[in-house]
Design a protein around this ligand. Structure first.
Ligand SMILES: CC(C)(COP(=O)(O)OP(=O)(O)OC[C@H]1O[C@@H](n2cnc3c(N)ncnc32)[C@H](O)[C@@H]1OP(=O)(O)O)[C@@H](O)C(=O)NCCC(=O)NCCS
Length: 429
């Protein structure tokens, strides 16, 4: 399929370190993290903020006091007020959605230069009240005297007073992500050993990338409040010293009796933010900016969440490849978001499966992924997964690696809640 509209350049990307929830970024909000990464991205890319006309940003678990996170990032950064902003949402594929939203407006000419990305603080999730307590509070707020104010609370049971954390579970099925990964492992015959091997590689590759200095230019340093004496400069989830044996000893979390999904082969709950500077190819040329890569095609797709929740990439990737006019073997690098090792293995299996291709109405499967090109600098299991930031992390990491290798094309995929899948095709020249 020919490209529609103008070509969209990704000029630069940056992220904060990704850290385990409840650790070094415990005092920072998602807005703080988003502000820090956008301010530093603008400084490092030396773009005049007046060149920017749009900011598209997302947060999957929202801060309820700042729900329009994109606009709040513009305001908190002190950027020109005329920069318009909107909040993008597509669960774990949120910052890919932010990229695509900006790319579409750049392609049709309604925008020239945009900042896109996402931020997440799992250290600061919204904690809800139960529905009966919320209803009592609303009723009490309308009361005209003391006895009317007290009355709604008299009906409450002790359990109604318990706080309700946000669920990492499907609204439609009630199943958690981890339970869905278990289901996929069982239905697709993914062994515990295969999951642990994928996780081990994720840590090995991420640790090697850090050691080689590959992340130095794409991960900023964050002074940590309240004292600002400590500076976070590295992801704190990567385990250089993990082993298949150590992973093999961890107990299953989501199905304790018969399961295979553990803390070691799941992505952890993470804090962090990531952002990218994108613009029309023409504007990048006129500003004489070095372009990291271009968005060649993208696709989103959906599947039944009650079937195999995290199989979305296997539905989205064929569409993105068709739109790019490319075959799987054409890609120099492939980055598949690792929600769970069982999900990565299941998607790779579907990529290569004739039966799966037939289900999609395709004459042939995409093919086997060359593992030496897959998640070469580690994935979300080792690096962490601040939901809304992961897409921007993956695109930046992949384009920087293509540049280092002097190679040209990459496929990036993300599975997302609701049975959604996202895929983007990137090219350097
Ligand atoms: C799986 C999950 C419940 C684990 O949470 P947790 O119990 O806080 O995990 P921890 O980091 O404390 O790890 C548990 C144990 O495993 C160990 N462990 C974890 N990864 C390990 C590794 N790679 N190698 C060796 N040990 C490891 C930890 O050291 C810890 O051991 P300890 O209990 O002796 O301290 C949590 O990460 C989770 O919910 N993940 C899924 C998030 C999700 O659904 N994401 C959506 C995807 S799209």
């Amino acid at each position: 399929m020919a490209r529609i509209g103008r070509r969209v350049a990704i000029v630069k990307g940056l992220r904060t370190p990704f850290v385990k929830a409840g650790t070094v970024f415990g005092e920072l909000t998602a807005l703080d993290l988003g502000r820090l990464v956008v301010q530093e991205l603008i400084q490092r890319s030396e773009i005049d903020p007046h060149e920017i006309d749009q900011l598209v940003f997302g947060q999957v678990i929202p801060t309820l006091t700042a729900t329009s996170i994109a606009r709040e990032v513009v305001l908190a950064c002190g950027l020109p007020r005329r920069i318009e902003a909107h909040t993008a949402a597509r669960a774990c594929a949120t910052s890919l959605q932010a990229l695509v939203d900006a790319a579409n407006s750049i392609a049709v000419g309604t925008s020239e230069v945009a900042i896109v990305g996402g931020t997440e603080s799992m250290s600061d999730p919204p904690i809800f009240t139960s529905r009966p307590l919320a209803q009592a509070l609303v009723q009490a707020s309308r009361a005209r005297n003391f006895s009317e104010k007290v009355k709604p609370f008299q009906k409450l049971k002790p359990k109604d007073l318990l706080p309700v954390p946000p669920a990492i579970a499907e609204y439609s099925t009630g199943m958690t992500m981890g339970e869905s990964a278990e289901k996929m492992a069982k239905e697709n015959g993914i062994s515990r050993r295969e999951q642990d091997e994928l996780s081990f590689l994720s840590h090995q590759n991420a640790a090697a990338a850090w050691k080689a200095g590959k992340f130095d230019a794409e991960v900023m340093h964050v002074p940590v409040p309240p004292a600002f004496k400590q500076v976070s400069s590295k992801d704190n989830l990567v385990r250089e010293d993990t082993s298949i044996e150590a992973l093999g000893q961890l107990r299953p979390v989501f199905d304790r009796k018969y399961g295979s999904v553990t803390a070691g082969n799941s992505s952890p709950l993470t804090d962090g933010a990531a952002a990218m500077l994108v613009m029309s190819e023409e504007r990048a040329k006129s500003l004489k900016l070095e372009v990291l890569g271009y968005l060649r095609s993208y696709a989103f797709a959906g599947t039944d969440p009650a079937d195999q929740l995290l199989q979305g990439p296997a539905y989205a990737a064929p569409l993105a490849l068709d739109r790019a006019g490319m075959k799987l073997k054409d890609f120099d690098l492939i980055d598949m978001h690792e929600a769970f090792a069982a999900q990565v293995a299941s998607n790779l299996q579907a990529f290569a499966s004739k039966d799966f291709a037939a289900r999609l109405g395709r004459s042939a499967p995409l093919g086997e992924v060359d593992r030496s090109r897959l998640n070469v600098n580690g994935g979300s299991i080792a690096l962490g997964h601040p939901f809304a930031a992961t897409g921007a992390r993956i695109v930046t990491q992949t384009l920087n690696e293509l540049k280092r290798r002097n190679q040209s094309t990459a496929l990036c995929t993300i599975c997302a809640a609701g049975g959604l899948g996202a895929a983007v095709v990137l090219e350097r020249a």
